[in-house]
Design a protein around this ligand. Structure first.
Ligand code: AMP
Length: 280
């Protein structure tokens, strides 16, 4: 059963009368099968699932797409209903506040900042982005009070920022990372893919192909450096880097697992992707 909640007062009332294990999936809506994979995992593990739909103004920069970010609540609820059919004994609450003041009431000035990890790569290109993400997730955690929360590894750095925040603040919440859901072509599903023309979508496959080639080179024991140097002649890469998966260190000499992290700029749209490689 899926129930829509649009105010924080109702959310709090609901949560105060609940004792079951609660799973939480925070989203900005415009749901696709990537989001739904998180929801289904939560439905498998938890008695009650909360999914939030909130386009968080704090994580958008001044020249970013906050105003035109797709808001498609009706369609989102349909997708959630479809997914929930397979879990007839579960309850899903969709917390979709229409007024941002429901989440950040006037006078609430707290900012959560995960320094270090929040300032590199995405954080360097989008100053303040991870402060916005950490702050809204902290606030939503406080409202929903889940035992478990689900995040996509598509936003790999975000997943690590949230894990760090949970550790630093000693929050009693288990963070579960979920694999990237991709189109058959390899393009990672993203709400922003709909900004792409069909030509741009086709051209975007360079992202998946490049990451896959780097992964293959590492797996076969070859250095990917020459290939990466050559790839980076294309000015559309915001970044294409290798990092230690656990520490995000640039020094990967002794890494057991390497992450390939990239953002490719396609017109006005930044396409974010990553892959992990176990080093044997
Ligand atoms: P968003 O609505 O973009 O804030 O995303 C909400 C959650 O869905 C985040 O934890 C994302 O990492 C996750 N997510 C988005 N796209 C995908 C995808 N293609 N595969 C898996 N998880 C995803």
């Amino acid at each position: 059963m899926v129930t829509l909640i649009t105010t924080t007062a109702v959310l709090k009332q609901r949560r105060s009368s609940e004792t079951s294990s609660v799973g939480f999936v925070p989203t900005m809506g415009n749901l696709h099968q990537g989001h739904i994979s998180l929801l289904k995992e939560a439905l498998k593990n938890d008695d009650v699932v909360y999914l939030s739909i909130f386009v968080n103004p704090k994580q958008f920069g001044p020249n970013e797409d906050f105003n035109r970010y797709p808001r498609t609540l009706e369609n989102d609820i349909n997708l959630i209903n479809e997914a929930a059919v397979d879990f007839p004994n579960s309850q899903v609450f969709v917390y979709a506040p229409t007024d941002p003041q429901e989440v950040f009431p006037a006078g609430m000035d707290q900012t959560i900042s995960v320094q270090g990890l929040g300032d590199i790569l995405e954080g360097k290109i989008r100053p303040g982005h991870f402060d916005g993400v950490a702050t809204v997730v902290w606030r939503l955690f406080d409202l929903v009070k889940p035992q478990r929360a689900y995040f996509g590894l598509k936003d790999f750095q975000q997943y690590h920022v949230i894990r760090q925040m949970v550790k630093d603040l000693a929050l009693p919440i288990k963070i579960q990372g979920m694999p990237i859901v991709r189109e058959k072509t390899g393009l990672a599903l993203s709400s922003r893919n709909q900004y792409l023309t069909s030509e741009q979508k086709e051209a975007s496959l360079i992202l998946f192909r490049t990451l896959s080639t780097i992964k293959e080179l590492i797996i076969s024991g070859k250095s990917p450096q020459d290939y990466m140097r050559d790839a980076l002649k294309d000015p559309n890469w915001n970044y294409l880097v290798l990092r230690d998966t656990e520490t995000f260190s640039e020094d990967i000499t002794n890494s057991k697992n390497i992450s390939i992290l990239a953002v490719y700029q396609m017109g006005n749209t930044r396409l974010l992707d990553n892959m992990q490689v176990e080093v044997l």
